[in-house]
Design a protein around this ligand. Structure first.
Ligand code: GDP
Ligand code: ZN
Length: 290
């Protein structure tokens, strides 16, 4: 008798997938067709021994984050993410092009995006205020925090409740520092997963889902830093700039590229100052990069 039980994929390990079932963790294998299972997936498993099982089915996903892999294919990074926290900082530097890119991905994938300015202890954020205000005017929530000085961390914890979140952002902005501040016993938990599943060590590149002490789940995925425009099309990128959305119908030509096309409502709005010119210019840059 092999009963199907529901579980949550908490980590991808070298030789298996750690699935949390009730209060225990099973090291699971998948059937070949299921090799695209991602951390955050809700799955049905059958138990084959006290601590092992097999994933039989992936339940429908609310969202899926992918990143490019070899042969122009994509690999799933994380499933069922509700919110992406786009982390940035003045050190190394503020990469607004990358921020726009993440926001565009979220806009197209039905994932909420929130901005996190880390390292506010480095008192050089004044020059950024106008740019930051633009994002807030577009409806994006902004957290100003310091992982190092424990500024704004309590508010961030409260915001992470009741959902699955992930941090994205370029290397060096403080994603691991924030993760460590939010999950004080992270190392302990990581070791527990490895121990239970009898894998000496848990590779540092493995994406892992952590339950936060104050509620909510955080997926720590070193690889997510590099998910990029991946498979986004030109119209999707335009849709990804949320202030363009109501204008897209107004362009004279339905296949308008919003570059220097005649009758482009997006360009006209940017030139008239109705939407932020800096964002429009970054859109043009991203188009070139595609
Ligand atoms: P990641 O690559 O995004 O995971 O960034 P890390 O968490 O490894 O942090 C990169 C560097 O920034 C490290 O040297 C951290 O000590 C530093 N750092 C992280 N958070 C803060 C902060 O709030 N303030 C300052 N001044 N430095 C920070
Ligand atoms: Zn247009």
């Amino acid at each position: 008798m092999t009963d199907l039980i529901e579980g949550l994929v908490v980590s991808h390990l070298g030789q298996g997938i750690a699935v949390e079932v009730e209060n225990e963790i099973l090291l699971c294998q998948t059937r070949r067709k299921l090799d695209t299972v991602a951390v955050g997936d809700q799955v049905m498993v059958t138990k084959s021994s006290v601590d092992q099982g097999r994933i039989e089915e992936i339940l429908p996903r609310r969202s899926l984050l992918q990143r490019p892999s070899r042969n122009k294919k994509t690999r799933p990074v994380a499933a069922n993410i509700d919110k992406i926290y786009v982390v940035f900082a003045t050190e190394p530097h503020c990469d607004f092009l990358l921020i726009d890119q993440y926001l565009a991905i979220c806009e197209n994938k039905n994932i909420d995006a929130v901005l996190v300015l880390n390292k506010v202890d480095l008192s050089n954020i004044k020059d950024l205020e106008a740019e930051l205000q633009q994002y807030q005017d577009l409806g994006y929530t902004m957290h100003k925090v310091s992982a190092m000085e424990n500024i704004g961390i309590a508010e961030l914890k409260a915001a992470l409740n009741n959902q699955i979140s992930i941090f994205a952002g370029q290397s060096g902005v403080g994603k691991s520092s924030l993760t460590n501040a939010l999950i004080p016993d992270k190392q302990l938990k990581t070791n527990t997963v490895s121990e239970i599943t009898k894998h000496g060590r848990h590779t540092t590149t493995a994406a892992t889902l952590y339950h936060l002490p104050e509620g909510g789940d955080l997926i720590d995925s070193p690889g997510v830093a590099i998910f990029g425009l991946a498979d986004m099309t030109h119209p999707q990128l335009a849709w990804g700039y949320r202030e363009f959305q109501p204008l897209l119908e107004e362009c004279r030509f339905h296949n308008c590229r919003h570059i220097n096309d005649k009758g482009c409502a997006v360009r006209a709005a940017a030139e008239a100052g109705e939407i932020p010119m800096q964002r429009y210019q970054r859109f043009l840059k991203l188009i070139q990069k595609m």
